[in-house]
Design a binder for this molecule. Structure first.
Ligand code: NAP
Length: 250
């Protein structure tokens, strides 16, 4: 029996927000699968340090702050030197928790710029390269809050429902060019941020409400992203795959 493995050798993959959390897990997994990985972070100093220390020709780091239009402009300018980008993972995202009545326009603009406008602009420019190359895989990271909501999540939920709208629209516009577009909606995932935002008692309380009785590891999200971004996925497009240990079904 032959062993089936996902092989990304020769593929150029861009993963936004790859310096930590889910994005870092995706970047590591894609690199392990053989891809040339370009990841981004917001701090120019950290990016210079990462590039200086890096001795791996299949890894590179770029600065990108999706809340600053100038940063997005210069990032898109830098991307012009990459003729081929086969895979785009729109992972970077922010989560401000507040009721609608307690938010302001700055909160709205910040959340929408990072979670929606950024992925929209990146997809627009990168899909032009994919169209020329007649190949592409785009995976947008949404959330369980792209299909359910609760008090305090109005901003985040609004942005993540929009990510699904973007995913479906791109899937129908790009399908004829052999570009498959999906989103992945993680449930509670044990990133540094999740640990920092919750006490141990809160983490245990949330875990008790998940049918699998635990939160996800970032690698469990990355595995599904890898499948969707690979050549093993030939017929799933326009879908929002929820990875939540069953949280949204109870
Ligand atoms: P995280 O640990 O906070 O990491 C966020 C990444 O995005 C970092 O690399 C960060 O770069 C980058 N980033 C932050 N602000 C940015 C901005 N303004 N512009 C560009 N990049 C920025 O996040 P995470 O928990 O792994 O979440 C990753 C994605 O999964 C997000 O879209 C999030 O909404 C979604 N998600 C997460 C969970 C969860 O439980 N963790 C659940 C559902 C969905 P720096 O290191 O430079 O700050």
């Amino acid at each position: 029996m032959s062993k089936v493995a996902i092989d990304l050798r020769g593929k150029n993959a861009l993963i936004t927000g790859g310096t930590r959390g889910i994005g870092a897990a995706i970047a590591t997994l894609f690199h392990d699968a053989g891809a040339n990985v370009i990841t981004t972070g917001t701090s120019p100093e950290s990016i210079i340090k990462l590039n200086t220390e890096n001795i791996d020709s299949r890894k590179s780091y770029l600065t990108l702050n999706l809340s600053k239009q100038k940063s997005v402009d210069s990032f898109l300018q830098e991307l012009k030197s990459f003729d081929i980008i086969d895979i785009l993972i729109n992972n970077a995202g922010v989560n401000l928790i507040n009721n609608n009545t307690d938010t302001n326009d700055a909160d709205y603009n910040f959340t929408m710029d990072v979670n929606v406008k950024g992925p929209y602009r990146l997809a627009r420019e990168i899909s032009k390269k994919m169209i020329k190359n007649r190949y592409g895989r785009i995976v947008n990271i949404s959330s369980i809050w792209s299909s359910i909501t609760r008090p305090g999540r109005s901003l985040y939920t609004t942005s993540k429902f929009a990510v699904v709208g973007l995913t479906k629209s791109l899937a129908v516009e790009l399908g004829a060019h052999n570009i498959l577009v999906n989103s992945v909606g993680p449930g509670f995932t044990l990133t540094e941020l999740t640990r920092a935002n919750n006490t141990i008692a809160e983490l245990e309380n949330i875990s008790s409400k998940i049918p699998l009785k635990r939160m996800a590891q970032p690698s469990e999200i990355a595995n599904i992203v890898l499948f969707l971004a690979s050549d093993l996925n030939t017929y799933i497009t326009g879908q929002n795959i929820i990875i939540d240990g069953g949280y949204t079904i109870v």
